[in-house]
Design a protein around this ligand. Structure first.
Ligand SMILES: C[S@@+](CC[C@H](N)C(=O)[O-])C[C@H]1O[C@@H](n2cnc3c(N)ncnc32)[C@H](O)[C@@H]1O
Length: 433
């Protein structure tokens, strides 16, 4: 798409609103689009550039601020800062697929020469943090458990965009039928490699206007997230609790696995998120779900269910660092302090949720984080304090579910290996009373 003064100005305005990261980038962008009625081409350009800048922010800042750049030595030092304009232009030539000639008409004096140096920056000569596009504090934390090569592989994979995965609502449709309907609509789609009810779309389409979606036959859900439901494997007449149900992404899947029989409590502390479950519930045809607002993990409503539940899913509040492909701003919005706070919450939620289980019951503790402190460390500490619980190797459960995915004790998904977001899950069984 041609970069005109008008389009560049829109991108700059959007970056000016988003880059301070006072709020999640997608929320700020939504408000930006509400306040600025612009065409669909411009919306696509703005969204792509904003998320692209966030994905490559560290390299772009390096290119904007570099003291060594020959051409801008002539420019005043105030020009050598990562202004929204410079970030946008650097993104266009470095990652956006534009050549200098194409954007020359919108350039000011000296910018063409500076952008030529941006194109020439050799990323492999830059520090690991810039190559991996991960902030210093995060790389330092990851070094406790990952090699530099692994950190780089994770960081690079997180710089890519994520595919659009959908889950077939087996209450209303079969995967083959949905695939066929998509192909008839000339939408390129294929079965996901691991989840038997997942479909990966080649391109992002406005699915919410499609009949498959409005009729409840499909929901947007990353394949990794679908695997969490498959690990929990609730049965038809089970009593099940989705402890951190949010807007019900996983609740709806669990209900379909139960063929909408038995009882499924969808708990959350957020009234707003639970309210967002309502329209999805209506579309899905599920009738065994009971949303339940709780004040905190030790709410009396939770205590009343103690010892009565067959399966519990704890999709814990987490840093979200496994979803950087979709939410690249999270790496700048989290901090060592926020991670510490989250780990305290995760441990408390897991301890409380575990009390719901009957003997022989199963709990899946899951996060979309790649940090062991939110994952393995939480589970290890829990097991040390709860001798009545046993870790069931995730690899064994997947095998029982006939899912061709080699895993050890834990489910650990990575975009560069599995094409999913980064997910962690542990299967815990209450073996004692
Ligand atoms: C990772 S999100 C859940 C996403 C949801 N399971 C889905 O698939 O869409 C974590 C959820 O935990 C909720 N939460 C935070 N603290 C909680 C607590 N103490 N007890 C229960 N839920 C809590 C948050 O409101 C948030 O909706």
């Amino acid at each position: 798409m041609l970069i005109t003064e008008y389009r560049l100005d829109l991108v700059i305005q959007a970056l000016r609103a988003i880059l301070p990261l006072a709020h999640p980038a997608d929320t700020t962008l939504r408000y930006f689009f509400q306040d600025n009625r612009i065409g669909s081409n411009e919306r696509a350009l703005v969204a792509e550039t904003v998320f692209g800048v966030l994905r490559h922010r560290l390299l772009l800042e390096h290119a904007c601020e570099s003291k060594g750049e020959a051409a801008s030595d002539a420019a005043p030092s105030s020009a050598k800062v990562a202004t929204p304009r410079r970030m946008a232009l650097a993104y266009f030539v470095r990652f956006g697929g534009y050549n200098l000639r194409e954007i020359e008409p919108v350039l000011k004096h000296g910018e063409k020469e500076w952008l030529a140096t941006v194109k020439g920056v050799k990323v492999e000569e830059l520090p690991l943090t810039v190559q991996a596009e991960l902030p210093d504090w995060l790389v330092e934390k990851m070094r406790a458990s990952y090699s530099d090569a692994d950190i780089l592989a994770i960081g690079r994979a997180m710089q890519q965009g994520a595919p659009l995965d959908i889950r077939v609502n087996t209450l209303l449709a079969k995967r083959d039928e949905v695939l066929q309907q998509l192909h008839e609509k000339k939408i390129e789609a294929s079965a996901t490699p691991y989840s038997p009810i997942g479909i990966r779309l080649k391109d992002k389409i406005p699915l919410n206007r499609d009949a498959l979606f409005t009729e409840g036959k499909v929901e947007v859900q990353d394949e990794g997230s679908q695997l969490l439901g498959l690990l929990l494997a609730p049965k038809r007449n089970d009593m099940v609790v989705d402890f951190c149900a949010g807007a019900g992404g996983k609740t709806l899947m669990l209900s379909a696995q139960m063929n909408s029989q038995g009882r499924l409590y969808a708990l959350d502390v957020s009234e707003k998120r639970l309210a967002n479950l309502k329209p999805r519930l209506k579309r899905s045809g599920a009738s065994n779900i009971q949303p339940m607002l709780i004040a905190h993990e030790n709410d009396l409503k939770v205590k009343r269910l103690a010892g009565k539940i067959d399966r519990v899913l704890v999709d814990a509040p987490c840093s979200g660092l496994g979803t950087l492909r979709r939410n690249p701003d999270l790496k700048f919005r989290q901090s060592p302090g926020s991670i510490e706070e989250l780990t305290r919450k995760q441990a408390a939620i897991l301890a409380s949720a575990s009390r719901l289980l009957k003997k022989g019951g199963r709990l899946v503790y899951a996060t979309c984080s790649i940090l062991p402190e939110e994952n393995q460390r939480i589970v290890e500490a829990f097991l040390a304090e709860h001798p009545d619980f046993t870790l069931k190797p995730a690899g064994d459960v997947l095998h029982q579910q006939k899912i061709a995915l080699e895993m050890g004790d834990y489910l650990e998904l990575r975009p560069q290996l599995h094409g999913t977001d980064g997910f962690f899950a542990a299967v815990l069984e209450r073996t004692g009373s």
